[in-house]
Design a protein around this ligand. Structure first.
Ligand code: ZN
Length: 278
């Protein structure tokens, strides 16, 4: 079965938003920026209507069913972290409550306090079709689309106070901005050849290409689905390139009033302001 037969999305940038009537709907973003409303379920059957829609608030393009993430997946980032090149992809999870929408704030934790909150630009892959033990040559049939992610990380909780586990430092509320659009795979012929960048207050901090990945997207899907069912709506963060704040001399961490933008070729730009947790 070809990819086109398995998932009916073609040549699209899909956005999710709240309408002026407070409905949550998906739409197909047109080249001129206008949005045509989608009727139905983007994971199954749907149609793009002729109805132009006004988005009163843009949301992350999907509500994830799980957020899986790969650590140390870019050669130069493994080097700057002082880590060995891993033998297998390094898997950790982020809490579903970490989801944040485009334009909404990243909140610096003040209750469970962190002073070392960092940005990580990542290519996010959204699974559209359930699968298990997926060989790399079939991985594309399970991909609904791609979007930008910021794998926001409290380094103090990730390292000193996390007991060796990444999950605490990566799962605070608002620590997983996603968006702005879900771009179908036929718009991205090679996910291993995309420029990927982070801007902090307009200054470029990470400037790389997905070609520096140690494990490419098909290898990640083959590994994550090994003896493990991947369900529709699973979001996979595929690792971050060099240039994170913690590896700089001196280190740079996010401060209230900052603005972080993640940009990936062919997908778009995901921008979030930074605030202290109220
Ligand atoms: Zn990451």
């Amino acid at each position: 079965m070809s990819f086109a037969e398995s998932i009916p999305l073609r040549r699209m940038k899909i956005v999710r938003y709240i309408t002026s009537g407070q409905e949550v709907v998906h739409g197909s973003q047109q080249p001129d920026g206008s949005i045509l409303r989608i009727e139905g379920d983007i994971f199954n059957d749907f149609t793009v209507t002729e109805e132009a829609c006004f988005a009163s608030r843009l949301l992350a393009p999907i509500q994830p069913s799980a957020i899986l993430a790969i650590g140390l997946n870019y050669r130069k980032h493994a080097e700057e972290s002082g880590a060995k090149i891993p033998e297998f992809p390094v898997l950790f999870t982020k809490g579903l409550g970490a989801l944040q929408h485009p334009g909404e704030p990243i909140l610096l934790p003040t209750h469970l306090r962190s002073t070392e909150v960092d940005y990580e630009c990542e290519l996010a892959v959204v699974i559209g079709r359930q699968g298990k033990n997926i060989p790399r040559e079939n991985a594309g049939k399970h991909i609904l689309g791609y979007t930008c992610a910021n794998d926001v990380s409290a380094r103090d909780w990730q390292k000193q106070w996390g007991g060796g586990q990444f999950c605490r430092g990566k799962s605070f509320d608002t620590f997983c901005p996603l968006g702005p659009a879900l771009v179908t795979p036929d718009e991205i012929p090679d996910p291993g050849a995309l420029g990927i960048r982070t801007f902090l207050n307009g200054r470029i901090m990470q400037d790389s290409t997905t070609a520096d990945m140690i494990f490419d997207v098909p290898a990640i899907i083959e590994f994550l689905s090994g003896s493990t069912t991947l369900y529709p709506g699973t979001v996979i963060l595929t690792g971050t390139p060099a240039g994170v704040g913690m590896a700089r001399q001196p280190p740079i961490f996010l401060q209230p009033g900052d603005e972080v933008a993640i940009e990936i070729d062919r997908i778009g730009r995901l921008t979030n302001p930074v605030r202290a947790e109220p």
